[in-house]
Write a protein of this length. Structure first.
Length: 146
């Protein structure tokens, strides 16, 4: 069952579509470099956060829209909160790398619709990671009290 997407997720998806149309070669190089760093540290959730943040902020800058680009601080806050809530995954964030790679490829090829869909799936999965992690923490606390 696909989660109901809020307007922020839909706007993020549209930003990815716009990035696919407007990305410069230098921005694409920055995106690929951030992805490579994410792949190198994917097993370590703490070290994964910084290149993931750079990856998503680069996408915002790719839009060429100053208003959208100014959302970078909001994205940073949301990503950091997401990492704190889901950082207990023993395999780190490696499971999200194929989706990040797909998103980067869609942007690099100018596939706006594909980029939009890839980012929405990435957001849905991150939301599910947080939900599962919070449920696991609550279950462990309840078991400790019993």
């Amino acid at each position: 069952m696909r989660p109901r997407r809020d307007c922020r997720a839909r706007r993020a998806g549209r930003s990815a579509a716009l990035a696919a149309k407007r990305a410069t070669p230098a921005q694409l190089a920055d995106l690929i470099a951030a992805l490579a760093e994410m792949e190198a540290v994917g097993h370590d959730g703490d070290r994964f956060a910084k290149p993931d943040l750079i990856f998503h902020q680069t996408i915002l800058r790719m839009t060429g829209n100053e208003l959208i680009g100014s959302l970078a601080a909001l994205v940073e806050t949301a990503l950091m909160m997401s990492f704190r809530l889901s950082n207990d995954n023993p395999e780190g964030q490696r499971h999200s790398l194929p989706l990040h790679r797909e998103l980067a490829e869609k942007i690099a090829t100018g596939d706006g619709g594909g980029a939009q869909q890839a980012l929405l799936v990435l957001i849905d999965n991150a939301e599910e990671d947080v939900r599962r992690s919070v449920e696991n923490r609550n279950r462990r606390r309840k078991e400790q009290r019993s």
